[in-house]
Design a protein around this ligand. Structure first.
Ligand code: ZN
Length: 311
């Protein structure tokens, strides 16, 4: 098991322009901690696998090789792994802003490197930062690519600025990371032909939650809370129509309650204590511990063959 990167305490409150770059570095480390911690826990399952000795050999080799392939993210990279970040160009103001935020914080590199470190992928999977003309993120099952639209990161910054969050850029990066783990859920379902018992959109949210919550890491938990908050804020702006109820996605308000339920259920005596009954009704909360455990167990079971043991 690799040592975690120590998270720098992020400064809170008003931030002057001249401090933005330093704060960005702090956010980057927090993202690294989140992803490393999140996926590292999955390796515990793989250690019990009958393939563990075989895979351990590969892991040691890759670790030795990785020392020469550092790309500055602070995360060792196995050169044969397959998720590859790339940044397309941007021309609109929203596109440029999101691209800069994501690039300055090496967001895609960090997310890709963590997936590559802990999961075996069957082929190259580009993770593409792109200007899409709309805030979005998506897995393309034909091209087999994950696209993270720059406009989505920009939307989240604006959303959290309007919400008077003390660190809207950090909140946006955390939420964008959570969205990436949702898209990773779609990608893994497709690439490994995994069964999905229920709406795939909900199942993808469940993977994001499990990766963020399974180690009870406070930083990770805060990302899940930002993910929930983003859905709550988007839900408040949503003008519900019949089409909203027909959408393959659950309503934003429902996704907020789902993620809050899983945050609470994953750690009721810890971060769960921060969630009030006005945020998560008692009638739902009493079931959340079992609900979270069920989704964590389900995802572990499905991913076990593809998790690489860590030293
Ligand atoms: Zn989705």
């Amino acid at each position: 098991m690799l040592a975690k990167v120590v998270a720098a305490a992020g400064s809170r409150g008003a931030v002057h322009m001249s401090e933005k770059r330093a704060r960005g570095a702090s956010v980057r480390r927090r993202i690294a901690v989140a992803a490393v911690a999140a996926v590292a826990a999955l390796s515990v399952v793989a250690c019990d696998s009958d393939k563990s000795s075989d895979k351990s050999g590969k892991a040691e080799t890759s670790s030795a090789e990785s020392s020469t392939t550092s790309d500055g993210t602070g995360i060792d990279v196995d050169p044969k792994f397959k998720m590859k970040p790339e940044y397309d160009g941007a021309s609109s103001s929203d596109g440029k802003a999101g691209k800069k935020l994501m690039e300055d914080n090496q967001l895609l590199q960090i997310l890709a490197n963590n997936v590559n470190k802990y999961l075996t992928l069957p082929k190259d999977v580009p993770i593409i930062g792109a200007e899409c003309g709309t805030p979005n993120a998506f897995w393309d099952p034909e091209a087999e690519t994950i696209t993270m639209c720059y406009e989505l990161a920009t939307l989240f910054v604006e959303l959290f600025e309007d919400d008077r969050d003390p660190d809207p850029e950090g909140a946006a990066l955390a939420t964008t990371a959570a969205v990436f783990f949702h898209e990773l859920g779609h990608a893994l379902i497709s690439l490994f032909d995994l069964p999905t018992l229920g709406k795939e959109e909900d199942v993808a949210d469940q993977l994001s939650a499990v990766l963020l919550l399974n180690e009870k890491d406070p930083e990770l938990q805060s990302y899940a809370l930002y993910y929930a908050r983003a859905f709550e804020l988007l839900g408040q702006m949503e003008d519900l129509s019949p089409g909203s109820f027909a959408d393959e996605h659950s309503l934003n308000a429902q996704r907020n309650f789902n993620v809050l339920c899983w945050v609470y259920g994953s750690d009721p005596e810890g971060v769960g204590q921060q969630i009030t009954s006005s945020e998560l009704p008692e009638e739902r909360a009493v079931r959340c511990e079992d609900e979270y455990q069920q989704i964590e167990d389900s995802w572990y079971q499905l991913l076990e063959p593809y998790i690489k043991p860590q030293r």
